[in-house]
Design a protein around this ligand. Structure first.
Ligand code: TPP
Ligand code: SF4
Length: 564
């Protein structure tokens, strides 16, 4: 197959296709979103789940069934998926399960810059980390190999630069002309289920030996990482490598840090780690002993540096200031020089703002006018925190608006409590807002509460993905549609109103004041399409109407003659 210019996300999608991945699932989140979108475009079976936990569970089920599966999410998504992740490490898998975590050092579009290499250590899972698109493609196959050989989920860590930078990829594992997956192995045969209750049912009696099995697997993978991950097995690339250079400086590095380090210190000896958990400690110890000084160049937390120091390997401590933000060549030069002088302030970009015809304007204008205390959430609507509205008081994690609003309502004095509103987008509501609404019905505050669901018919923030509330699948084809107002009513919220706040601002204001004045629980669904997505939504809805009409016609045609 010809060489291609691909982003890291696209390279992973292509590798998944060539590896015969049977199912890709995930939840959108920058910088991971394009993996599943590309996988779908390439002809892979890709679907959005309501949230990352469900995505991981679906992927795990596919891997229990003997298939190869990929699950994608941004770094904070792994927090949502952490519960099944930790125990999936115990159960292991029958096929292959690759869990992509796309970290965002520097928080280009995230609420925190957590370093998910820590998850690999905490859950005791192997973690593979590419530095560029070629490695994203190549390492994916090694990740599948590890997953199948040790029957264990593998974490595949990407970061913003690796996900979004484009570089040349030679996709030499391209599918054979007959369409067979390029990668052999047990899971390219038809998935099937074999009972294995002790391995997959994690009651304590089964989980105790499973934990020991997991640690034994990780010890084997560590030994493999020391001995074999340096030279490529037939058809695979090596995950770890040493690039010999001068004796004066040795650099241990992973991910995109490698590219910066190679440019900043062309004369240094470099030990590049592609298997970041478990670390090849003995190899690194030997490497460190072969050079005069050893510096770890890693973005984010000092995960590798701390592990090496804990193992008694003498590496220089990195000044704390370089924990924050992305690295670049200039910053790596500073690290190598031990420079802790203040860094130049980054150039200020144009602050983001709501589109001029965004349906959210009237909602925020009303909240501001009445000095509401707004428990907010994550999405395009987070922009309501900026001027001219500054009408969002909290924003913590997806779905947190309802719980935080309820907590405020429970403790604030009555005159303040009555001004508390929770505001949440439609995709976020489905992701993790529904359980907050259950809490609201279960433990209603004395003053009641008002939740506004901003239903703009899309996941706007991450690039207009579908979700269960749109009634369309990842490929925009029709499927069952979740009704937000139906859910709220079924949960037992007594007042549920749907309104187009943009078209009827006075009516929205009247409704909001009425609901704030009553101790009854209220959900207001402010429904109007995102202006940027509206034309596409109309197109897909029209296609769905035509699809349903054709299906109905076909159903009549298929009836036995006489019943048509
Ligand atoms: C746990 C987690 N997963 C994914 C994301 C990425 N993300 C941020 S907001 C958002 C959804 C926004 O959609 P919606 O609630 O419909 O609001 P809109 O952007 O359309 O205003 C997503 C997926 C995240 N921040 N946290
Ligand atoms: S993209 Fe859509 S939801 Fe986001 S600000 Fe623009 S109109 Fe509003």
């Amino acid at each position: 197959m010809e060489r291609q210019l691909l982003s890291g996300d696209e390279a992973v999608a292509l590798a998944a296709l060539h590896a015969g991945v049977a199912l890709g699932t995930g939840y959108p989140g920058t910088p991971s979103t394009e993996i599943l979108e590309t996988f779908d475009t390439l002809g892979g079976r890709a679907q959005w789940a309501p949230n990352e936990k469900v995505a991981l569970e679906v992927g795990l089920g596919a891997a229990f069934g003997g298939a190869r599966a990929i699950v994608t999410m941004k770094h904070v998504g792994l927090n949502v998926a952490a519960d099944p992740l930790f125990t999936a490490a115990y159960t292991g898998v029958t096929g292959a399960l690759i869990v992509v975590t796309a970290d965002d050092p520097g928080m280009a579009s995230s609420q925190n810059e957590q370093d998910n290499r820590r998850y690999a250590i905490a859950a005791a899972l192997p973690m593979v980390e590419p530095a560029d698109s070629q490695e994203a493609y190549d390492f994916f196959f090694v990740a599948v190999e590890i997953s199948e050989r040790w029957q264990i989920p593998v974490l595949f860590r990407m970061t913003t630069r690796v996900c979004h930078s484009k570089s040349i990829v030679a996709p030499d594992r391209a599918a054979a002309a007959d369409g067979a997956p390029a990668m052999g192995g047990p899971t390219t045969s038809m998935p099937h289920f074999e009972h294995d209750i002790t391995a997959r049912v994690m009651i304590p009696a089964n989980a105790r030996p499973a934990h020991r099995r997991l640690r034994a697997k990780m010890a084997e993978i560590a030994a493999w990482g020391e001995a074999e991950a340096w030279s490529a097995a037939p058809g695979l690339v090596a995950l770890n490598r040493i690039e010999p250079g001068g004796r004066a400086l040795g650099i241990v590095t992973d991910g995109v840090g490698y590219l910066h380090a190679a440019e900043a210190a062309p004369d240094a000896s470099i030990l590049k780690i592609g298997l970041v958990n478990p670390l090849p400690l003995e190899r690194i110890r030997t490497f460190a002993a072969s050079v005069d000084r050893t510096v770890v160049v890693e973005e984010g937390d000092p995960v590798v540096g701390d592990s090496l120091r804990a193992a008694g390997i003498p590496v220089e401590a990195r000044p704390e200031m370089y924990r924050f933000g992305e690295l670049d060549v200039a910053r790596v030069r500073r690290i190598l020089a031990g420079d802790t002088s203040p860094e130049p302030a980054p150039a200020l970009g144009k602050p983001p703002e709501l589109c001029p015809a965004c349906p959210y304007h009237t909602v925020y204008a009303t909240l501001k006018k009445h000095d509401c205390i707004t428990a907010g959430d994550i999405g395009c609507y987070s922009l309501g925190v900026l001027p001219p509205y500054a009408a969002m008081d909290t924003c913590v994690a997806m779905g947190a608006s309802i719980g935080v609003g309820l907590g405020l309502r429970h403790v604030l004095p009555p005159d303040e409590a009555r001004r508390v509103v929770s505001i949440i987008g439609d995709s976020t509501f489905v992701h993790s807002g529904i359980s907050g609404l259950v809490e609201m019905a279960y433990n209603p505050p004395p003053s009641g509460h008002v939740v506004i669901v901003l239903d703009n018919g899309t996941t706007a923030m991450t690039g207009q993905q579908e979700h269960p509330g749109t009634g369309r699948r990842l490929d925009h084809g029709p499927t069952n549609k979740l009704s937000i107002e139906g859910i709220a009513t079924a949960i037992g919220i007594p007042s549920v109103t749907v309104i187009d706040a943009y078209a009827e601002p006075e009516e929205f204001e009247r409704l909001l004041l009425e609901r704030l004045a009553t101790p009854e629980l209220s959900v207001i669904v402010a429904r109007r399409p995102c202006i940027l997505a509206a034309a596409d939504i109309r197109k897909w809805e029209q296609q769905a109407v035509e699809f349903r009409a054709q299906a109905a016609e076909q159903a009549v045609f298929d009836l036995p003659i006489g019943e048509q």
